[in-house]
Design a protein around this ligand. Structure first.
Ligand SMILES: [Zn+2]
Ligand SMILES: [Zn+2]
Length: 401
């Protein structure tokens, strides 16, 4: 897959007021993962090895999001005696060389390795318009034993977990810190709520109560986060629609959905491990920079995926049109999901098999989004999410003029 393929906007947009048409703009789709761990916290690999994996697997951007750190300062990692990690270190040393790797072996024969900081490792990989590493942190907080995590993308100063007296207060205090830093530095930043169903820590009403938050993980590739819910908890996808029904009611901006890896395990692969490559987002932006990517995300111009690639996504006031980049022998179910005005539950509005579909945005609807499910099995799935899928962002239906 080549996500750098030029995307030509197929439609001409009428400039309101003068009837002229804009020149067709050219933009790119950029594929990236905004949730990854390394030895800087509880991941089991060196940042360089992880960045190399993403870069060589056709990603254009990645954020290393270790728990409560921005990968700054001195940190020494003791390599586990397990042969898996000893071999990992040997490969790391072989590949990067002793001029780059700073390590020592103590009297107990334990290997200590000084981890490369964000400033150090990014210089090995970043290439203009080809690969970008966005400095980020997983702000890792809790309330009464419930894990309350959120990713702060493109922050420049570490944010300590702020705490609080309820689930909502803890989340809000951390969101507010990201917004404060964004406003102080005047740099685009995003806070996104991670894996709400991890430990079933964050419920629907908690999500609805948040202010100034419009991103969450509808799909997280970690094997312990319960994306699908259980007999007493709704899936994150159902939660997404119910959040948006409430947000429209309260005149809040719509919540957007991300897919991420939340990868920790780089040596063993399978359904019991959190591996790289399970879920990502694809952002349509004019250039590969944090600013352009975040600005595009702010307008909902991205989709989440676990394998399905779109070749066209056109949203205007009247219609959503989707076209899938077909793979040989694979079929696609394209389903438009939304909520009708006056209703409080989401529903499937239409569902068709094929590689393209469109949906008319009529006045009886609150919002519409699209889910594309492939007949192709995911090569390394979690839970019962067996088939490659993509989710486009919900579109608010505004009254026609
Ligand atoms: Zn987490
Ligand atoms: Zn994480």
């Amino acid at each position: 897959m080549n996500y750098l393929r030029l995307f030509v906007v197929l439609s001409f947009i009428t400039v309101i007021g003068c009837g002229e048409q804009q020149k067709p703009s050219t933009e790119h789709w950029f594929k990236g993962n905004l949730h990854t761990h390394s030895y800087w916290s509880d991941g089991d690999e060196f940042p360089e090895v992880i960045m190399d994996w993403y870069k060589s697997h056709d990603y254009q951007f990645v954020a290393l999001t270790d728990h409560n750190t921005l990968a700054e300062g001195d940190k020494w990692k003791v390599v586990s005696q397990d042969s898996l990690y000893q071999n990992g270190f040997k490969n790391y040393l072989d590949h990067y060389g002793s001029n780059w790797v700073n390590y020592k072996i103590d009297s107990l024969n334990q290997t200590h390795v000084k981890l490369k900081t964000y400033e150090e490792y990014k210089s090995l990989f970043e290439e203009r318009e080809k690969f970008l590493i966005i400095q980020s942190e997983e702000i890792t907080d809790h309330f009464q034993g419930k894990p309350l995590h959120m990713n702060a993308t493109n922050i420049k100063k570490k944010i300590d977990p702020q705490g609080g007296n309820s689930v909502v207060e803890v989340l809000q205090n951390n969101i507010d810190e990201v917004i404060k830093q964004r406003d102080e530095l005047e740099i685009p930043m995003i806070a996104h709520i991670n894996h709400p169903n991890f430990g079933y820590a964050i419920g629907l009403q908690d999500m609805i109560a948040l202010k100034n938050e419009k991103y969450f993980e509808v799909y997280n590739g970690h094997h312990m986060v319960n994306n699908s819910g259980d007999s007493t908890h709704m899936s994150t996808e159902k939660m997404w629609d119910l959040i948006n029904i409430a947000y429209v009611e309260k005149n809040k901006p719509l919540m957007y959905g991300l897919a991420t890896d939340d990868s920790h395990n780089y040596h063993v692969k399978g359904g019991k491990w959190s591996n790289a490559g399970r879920g990502w987002i694809v952002v349509r932006a004019d250039s590969l920079s944090s600013k352009s990517l975040i600005n595009a995300m702010e307008t909902g111009d991205f989709y989440a995926s676990t394998g399905v690639e779109l070749s066209s996504l056109i949203v205007d006031e009247k219609k959503i049109s989707i076209e899938v980049n077909q793979k040989a022998g694979v079929t696609y179910q394209i389903t438009f999901i939304g909520c009708k005005k006056g209703k409080d539950i989401p529903e499937e509005l239409t569902s068709t098999e094929g590689f393209k579909a469109s949906f008319e945005l009529t006045d009886d609807l609150l919002f519409v989004r699209c889910k594309i499910t492939s007949s192709k099995l995911h090569e390394n799935p979690v839970e019962d999410l067996l088939y490659e899928t993509a989710w486009t962002q919900p579109v608010l239906v505004t009254m026609s003029k």
